[in-house]
Ligand binder design. Structure first.
Ligand code: G3H
Length: 256
């Protein structure tokens, strides 16, 4: 059987505390009964805000949903007021962590050295980095892929290989985040296939797409991505279920 498609989301800072727990309960319920998950065709991950990590880990305890943080410190444990270490995230049961999102690059001036340090600390603690890469402005997909490969190589230069499935690269063109619709399917497929080929040749990893993604997109991408990194368009948890329905349809089509 092929590797399960990765279907994940960051809740960013959209939801309140109770709203996050309620939404996670709905997704946990979907995960426990949807055949895409129970038959191993989809693997889910959720990245809620820091204060909700502990109760969310409890909510998904009887599922295979992976929980991750949206950020971590670039420093080991110590005198870093307000920061959260990779070690603590791993200890509490997180299995992945988001690193290098466009919003953190833009609003918090995160550069590649910082993103590289966070990635190395995450991997050292056994956390799968969900490493976000993407071009700033809309343009040629070949140039976009080259820019993303440059970002990946810069960040991963000093991390050990092979990385295998432990590395998730989220291709998120900055211009398609928070938009009314995702990048075109042709653009996404061209870039993601090039990134996947690059990872396959350099230590492994899996490429997923994010940026105004929602129901319907996975089907249109015709197998050119390993999964989806979702945002606003799964705030209604029923959309999660619709995307899992698509996974089942894709799975059935691959056996015809
Ligand atoms: O983390 C998720 C991405 O930034 C996409 O968010 P969005 O779908 O709301 O544009």
């Amino acid at each position: 059987m092929s590797a399960p498609l990765l279907i994940g989301t960051s809740l960013k800072m959209y939801f309140g505390y109770q709203q996050t727990l309620d939404w996670c309960r709905q997704v946990a319920d979907i995960a426990q009964r949807h055949p895409a998950v129970t038959q191993g065709h989809a693997a889910l991950f959720i990245m809620p805000s820091f204060p909700t990590l502990a109760p969310v880990l409890e909510i998904v305890r009887d599922t295979d949903i992976r929980i991750g943080a949206q950020n971590l410190s670039d420093q080991p444990p110590g005198a870093w007021t307000g920061e959260v270490s990779a070690a603590m995230l791993a200890e509490m049961g997180c299995r992945c962590v988001e690193i290098g999102h466009a919003e953190r690059r833009r609003h918090f001036h995160e550069d590649e050295a910082l993103i590289a340090a966070k990635t190395a600390l995450a991997m050292a603690q056994g956390l799968s980095p969900v490493l976000c890469v993407g071009e700033v402005d809309e343009g040629d997909p070949g140039l976009a892929a080259s820019e993303c490969i440059r970002q990946i190589d810069s960040v991963l230069a000093d991390t050990p290989q092979p990385r295998g499935a432990d590395l998730i690269v989220a291709y998120e063109p900055h211009w398609a985040i928070g938009a009314s619709q995702p990048a075109s399917s042709e653009h996404i497929s061209t870039v993601c296939l090039k990134l996947q080929a690059h990872l396959d040749a350099h230590g492994g990893g899996r490429v997923i797409y994010g940026g105004s993604a929602g129901p319907g997109l996975l089907s249109r991408l015709e197998g050119s991505v390993q999964g989806m990194f979702l945002g606003r368009f799964v705030h209604d948890a029923r959309a999660f279920e619709q995307i899992l329905d698509e996974v089942m349809t894709l799975q059935a089509a691959s056996h015809q």
